[in-house]
Design a protein around this ligand. Structure first.
Ligand code: TXA
Ligand code: MG
Length: 340
């Protein structure tokens, strides 16, 4: 069904009925698509884990349509948490809070907290509001793969695994929400996203970034956010991330290509570097000063490279500031910590 232009009431009601019968629906949000089900029904939530092949110790985000619905699932909201809610919801932002008992243990993967998020996307909002139930939803992808940001990418992977897919066109942002938890009075970023550390600092006066966002987590290590432990966002094709100044990046890439002449290599890089890099397959990701563009298209591009029969993909990195922090957090994982 196509809801890009208008929300058709009949189709909306079909989705609501499906959710109420504990079905599973792929729906658009402004960040990435989600695989959603009734967050208050354990059996419905189990179907999400099955659809994604997701590890049972990686908790899901609970999506709500308004502040009233937050109260239905969360308790003991502190003053600081309320400030974050007021400043950044609805939007590409997830806050970790204490959960109420009505939220089944498989949503939180046994933790006493849950992530709450209020999507701004019109279809997502309408769906949750009409259903009148909070929707548990991880990103729409088989675990480990790049998140789905448009229907073409998702349909093959998930159509046999869910009851309904709603096509909402290409996601505006393209990378998952910023995940924040208030830890000892300090808003702490567990996963960077479109809402930046700078924005949170401006509102809250302070902000911390979990050191773990760039570290490889050891097996069995205790982490703030279980999602940090897993292989993530990765294409099948081997990828390497290039860091350094622009000049250094170009030199490193040309050297890498020269070293590996017999290998089929593609470069994902910026428009302005194209002329200086000697690679037949140069996939441009916009200009260096258009990081929103990179953010929006990178997951889809990472999926495409798997269809190109390549041996190696070389990705130009960006500065770890502003939304660059989120881009680098995902790229470092897509490259399985392989940087040059
Ligand atoms: O933009 C998004 O956040 C998308 C859309 C669909 O809303 N959702 C998404 O969900 O990215 P998922 O499941 O792919 O990622 C959720 C992240 C995981 O890293 C998970 O470990 C973390 O949030 N998380 C969820 N609940 C948590 C909790 N109680 N404590 C700490 N981290 C939590
Ligand atoms: Mg995910």
């Amino acid at each position: 069904m196509d809801w890009r232009q208008v929300i058709n009431q009949k189709e909306l009601q079909e989705c609501v009925t499906c959710l109420k019968k504990n079905g599973v629906i792929v729906f658009p949000t402004e960040t990435v698509y989600g695989i959603g089900a009734n967050a208050l029904e354990e059996s419905a939530v189990n179907k999400i884990y099955q659809a994604k092949n997701r590890a049972s110790d990686n908790p899901l985000i609970v999506h709500v349509s308004d502040k009233e619905m937050i109260k239905q699932v969360a308790k003991d909201i502190s003053e600081q948490e309320q400030m974050l809610i007021d400043a950044f919801m609805p939007g590409p932002f997830t806050l970790i809070v204490h959960k109420k008992d009505c939220v089944p243990h498989n949503v939180s993967a046994g933790l006493d907290t849950i992530g709450i998020r209020m999507p701004e996307n019109r279809i997502a909002h309408k769906l949750i509001q009409e259903a009148g139930i909070p929707i548990a939803a991880p990103s729409a992808n088989i675990s480990g793969r790049p998140s789905g940001t448009n229907m073409q990418d998702i349909i093959e992977e998930l159509q046999d695994r869910v009851d309904i897919l709603i096509d909402g066109g290409e996601c505006d942002i393209g990378l998952e929400s910023t995940v924040v938890k208030v830890v000892e009075g300090i808003p702490t970023i567990l996963r960077p996203g479109k809402i930046t550390a700078e924005q949170i600092q401006r509102v809250m006066g302070k902000v911390d970034i979990s050191k773990k966002i760039f570290e490889k987590v050891k097996k069995n290590e205790k982490v703030d956010s279980p999602g940090m432990k897993y292989r993530h966002y990765a294409p099948e094709t081997e990828c390497v991330l290039v860091i350094g100044t622009r000049k250094e990046q170009i030199e490193k890439i040309n050297l890498e290509i020269a070293k590996k002449k017999e290998r089929r290599i593609a470069v994902i890089g910026f428009e302005e570097d194209k002329k200086e890099i000697q690679c037949d397959t140069y996939l441009t990701i916009g200009n260096r000063d258009e990081l929103d563009n990179m953010m929006k298209h990178i997951f889809s591009l990472l999926r495409k490279v798997d269809q190109m029969e390549l041996d190696l993909v070389i990705i130009e990195g960006v500065k770890q500031e502003g939304i660059g922090l989120a881009i680098m957090n995902r790229m470092i994982r897509a490259c399985e910590y392989h940087t040059i």
